[in-house]
Design a protein around this ligand. Structure first.
Ligand SMILES: Nc1ncnc2c1ncn2[C@@H]1O[C@H](COP(=O)(O)OP(=O)(O)OP(=O)(O)O)[C@@H](O)[C@H]1O
Ligand SMILES: [Mg+2]
Length: 384
């Protein structure tokens, strides 16, 4: 019988696991939040991932449980593990992708380089941090943030007053149902660019790293990725890979791990945050690497031998398609993009277009970085 992989969450990351699951001969099922989500083409159940009975019923019919997002509550995950269900990544690792304060504390224990940070539970604490850091800082809700929601640059403590009000009621922005008692504050890192290091790790311990990539965020949302990171010499590649390996091993991550990094003008590499699943920074690998991240994630969580991560071309670029105010049917635009850029690989998520919403991406690969970036941008621009 085919190995059954259950993916919790029906978004585009689950959707993009479907084709590799078919190729690998895995029986992939999805527990989606609602009907008609991106992962609908897979065998999909609909239910609340926060409800233990719902998740248990789904999990009891598969051999391993994995995720499209990081929001399944710890109690639910721990109860599954207690019943002997294989969960990858497991709750002990996933905790550090779910809670940015826990992550900062754990990375400090591991000695991994990161921005100055503190847990602050009141305005006075935040003001003290600001006073120590040149009057500017980044405040984050520890849980539930995504695409820059729950991240705010502040110049005075008052600018986060609403979030502090919410910490006491347990309804801080994006924090979900769990009350939080502190916010994370970080130094505003004067980064020259953002990078991401991906690494896959199996339950049995095998690890393999992808080349470090450059990511470009716009309004807190990933817009473009260049792989490998342009100008990254051996030294930078090695530093990033070592950080990825230390975290994957130290935290016991299984599946794909993405480490978001800042590069500073004084050559420091600092960890921004972690994701324990396929990640936007790795979409290029679908078409630009021997083994794409979605296949690799499935191999890793199923404890199958990992695939080669070598790039298939000198350069790859990924450009996100964000749903905008564009007029004209998606299909017409899709056809125009395909006809004008046959060398671009266009991926769509089956989502309705709303301003700022990720509805697809374009990958392009080749020998010349400028050409590759041009192709990916030009094809994506059809949808703008
Ligand atoms: N300490 C910092 N200094 C400078 N810029 C920062 C800092 N922390 C975050 N940022 C900027 O804000 C962006 C979003 O922050 P972060 O990655 O923590 O949030 P997120 O909403 O969880 O992200 P994602 O979109 O990856 O889910 C970062 O990619 C970076 O551009
Ligand atoms: Mg981020």
């Amino acid at each position: 019988m085919a190995l059954r992989v259950g993916v919790i969450g029906g978004g585009q990351l689950a959707r993009m696991m479907i084709a590799p699951a078919v190729e690998l001969g895995l029986d992939m099922r999805v527990l989606a939040e609602a009907e008609g989500m991106s992962a609908q083409p897979a065998a999909t159940a609909v239910g609340d991932y926060r409800d233990f009975e719902t998740v248990r019923a789904f999990a009891s019919e598969v051999d391993v449980v994995t995720f499209d997002h990081e929001h399944v509550p710890q109690e639910v995950l721990r109860a599954l593990v207690a019943e002997g269900i294989a969960v990858h990544p497991g709750p002990d690792a996933l905790q550090f992708a779910q809670d940015k304060l826990d992550m900062r504390a754990r990375l400090a224990d591991l000695g991994v380089p990161q921005p100055d940070w503190a847990a602050v539970s009141d305005l006075e604490g935040l003001q003290a941090f600001l006073d120590d850091h040149g009057g500017r800082a980044v405040v984050k809700t520890p849980r539930g943030g995504y695409d820059g929601k729950g991240v705010r640059v502040v110049r005075s403590a008052d600018e986060a007053a609403d979030w502090f009000a919410d910490t006491s009621t347990g309804s801080a922005v994006g924090a979900g149902d769990t009350p939080i008692d502190a916010l994370l504050v970080e130094e505003l890192v004067p980064f020259t660019r953002e990078l991401a290091q991906q690494i896959a790790r199996r339950p049995s311990g095998q690890m393999i790293a992808y080349p470090v990539v450059e990511t470009v965020q716009s309004d807190g949302v990933c817009a473009e990725v260049f792989a490998p990171a342009p100008g990254a010499g051996e030294r930078l590649a090695q530093i990033a890979e070592d950080i990825g390996r230390r975290i994957a091993e130290g935290l016991g991550v299984t599946g794909m791990l993405a480490v978001e990094l800042f590069e500073t003008d004084d050559q420091r590499i600092l960890v921004n945050e972690l994701a324990m699943r396929p990640h936007n920074s790795g979409h290029w690998s679908q078409d630009g690497a021997v083994t794409g991240q979605f296949e690799q994630h499935l191999r890793a969580v199923a404890d199958l031998p990992l695939g080669d991560t070598a790039p298939r071309a000198r350069w790859s670029a990924m450009v996100n398609i964000l749903g905008g105010p564009a007029e004209g049917a998606f299909e017409d635009r899709f056809e125009a993009a395909m006809s004008e850029h046959p060398d671009a690989k266009i991926h769509t998520y089956g989502k309705s277009a709303r301003p700022g919403r990720k509805v697809g991406h374009v990958n392009a690969s080749g020998d010349d970085l400028d050409d590759v970036v041009y192709t990916a941008r030009a094809a994506a621009a059809h949808f703008a």
